[in-house]
Design a protein around this ligand. Structure first.
Ligand code: DLL
Length: 437
């Protein structure tokens, strides 16, 4: 169902008109209200009137994660603190976390965006939605919660963890939609099987999965094992949280909520804007945020945009699955490779389970002369004769070499030996982080 046809089915012309109107307004707004953008514009001699077309956005400076850190906690805030009704934050593995304040209007806008996003994913008011994203500072839990309530679905706010109870509730309450990271959906399924429950026989029909990279092969695996439609959703704390984009049931790219977010693709090295279809770094500008609008945020996420009309009838551009982040690219003996590419190769081979670890030896930055991939094998392969294990190992080595042109050491490990995480999965490890084996 299309929840908001007026905005989701606008002609490109009307949409661009709306975007320009909103862009001009938000640029004037930050120039007046945000001390950070006042400074940034002044340093570059930018006046709000300089933006007269969508193309003029390139006159504005980029905002990076570093700018958030340097102006921690409230340097980018554009409203007085007493108008802020909620604050979220990203975990921030290094340094200070990113702070995301919201006004009541921002919460209402976000809830509506998330309601629309869930409707795009195929969820409706009759659904029973079990929300296993973490509640708290992370935007996943409350973002989905408010959106699902706004849509009118029945929400079960389990949050992450306590997996056995999740399965119990899923069965007893007749859950039809699960929302969590894709890696956690696999843990849910594994636990269900241990409890003698086959999720394929339950009422579950849709999973809305995001917050971490996952491959098409992983989707196939999840859909097959759980008998559901596994939908990809994208978002980030700096911009709003989940809801920046999502797939429709056609699963052919994530529709960006373009009436709220202006998307650009740039060449990450030169900062130059790239045309539709080309792959580069996603840059986002918030068009309707009030507490903390962000101009040209460099997401570091790599994707491309497709403006072709979609079979679902929505006109908003679709971004392709994130293939990696500019900061998670590995350089193995001079060959550039993203963890998600390694995942795709692994999961294309039969007998391999979607639980793996990439072990590198980082001498400087992302460069490593060493690559070892630990991957779990299925119960069948593991219980079989040694020869089968050896031939699987050789096959994986050969595939890595032929598809990615990298020589990897493959280590097949027993089912369920790789650590499971309830939130975002960690895939890449430095050799020094590994326990002695
Ligand atoms: O992960 C918001 C979110 C919550 C999205 C729930 C979807 C579902 P952050 O913690 O700030 O926010 O992390 C944002 O996660 O820049 C991407 O690198 C990555 N990411 C998010 N969604 C996807 C996805 C939330 N579908 C960062 N595919 C982003 C790949 C994703 N990466």
């Amino acid at each position: 169902m299309i929840r908001d046809p007026k905005h989701e089915q606008m002609s490109r012309g009307d949409l661009e008109k709306l975007q320009l109107e909103r862009l001009k307004a938000i640029v004037a707004y930050v120039a007046e209200k945000s001390p950070y953008y006042q400074r940034a514009f002044k340093e570059r001699g930018i006046k709000p009137g300089d933006v007269q077309s969508l193309k003029d956005i390139t006159k504005l400076p980029f905002t990076s994660k570093l700018d958030f850190r340097d102006n921690y906690p409230f340097g980018l805030l554009a409203v007085p603190m007493d108008e802020v009704v909620r604050v979220h934050s990203s975990s921030g593995t290094t340094g200070k976390p990113v702070i995301a304040p919201y006004t009541q209007k921002d919460i209402d806008t976000w809830s509506e965006i998330m309601a629309r996003t869930l409707a795009t994913a195929g969820v409706n008011k009759d659904d029973v939605l079990q929300n296993a994203y973490g509640y708290g500072l992370f935007t996943g839990g409350l973002g989905f919660h408010y959106g699902a309530e706004c849509l009118g679905a029945s929400v079960i706010p389990t949050g992450g963890g306590n997996t056995k109870r999740q399965i119990l509730l899923m069965q007893d309450l007749g859950t039809t939609v699960i929302t969590c990271t894709p890696s956690y959906s696999l843990i849910l399924n594994e636990t269900a099987l241990e409890m003698g429950v086959d999720i394929r026989e339950s009422k579950l029909r849709v999973g809305v999965f995001g917050a971490e990279p996952w491959s098409e092969q992983m989707r196939k695996d999840i859909q097959g094992k759980m008998g559901i439609s596994a939908i990809n959703i994208y978002g980030l704390t700096e911009i709003i949280g989940p809801g920046v984009s999502t797939e429709c049931p056609y699963q052919c790219g994530m529709h960006i909520a373009e009436d709220h977010f202006l998307a650009e693709i740039i060449n990450p090295e030169t900062g130059e804007q790239l045309p539709y279809g080309e792959t580069g770094e996603l840059v986002l500008t918030t068009l309707t945020k009030e507490a903390q609008p962000v101009m040209r945020f460099r997401t570091k996420d790599i994707t491309s945009l497709n403006p072709e009309p979609c079979e679902c009838g929505r006109t908003h551009v679709r971004m392709s699955r994130i293939t990696g982040r500019t900061d998670d690219m590995l350089v193995i003996k001079g060959v550039n490779v993203f963890p998600s590419q390694i995942e795709s190769v692994l999961l294309d081979v039969e007998g391999v389970e979607p639980h793996y670890m990439i072990v590198v030896d980082r001498q400087e930055g992302f460069k490593s002369d060493y690559l070892e991939v630990w991957v779990e094998v299925s119960d069948d392969v593991f219980s079989d004769e040694m020869q089968k294990m050896e031939s699987l190992e050789a096959k994986l080595r050969a595939e890595m070499d032929s598809v990615l042109a990298i020589a990897a050491k493959i280590k097949l490990v027993e089912p369920k030996t790789i650590a499971r995480t309830e939130g975002k999965a960690k895939r890449v490890f430095d050799r020094s982080e590994l326990p002695d084996t």
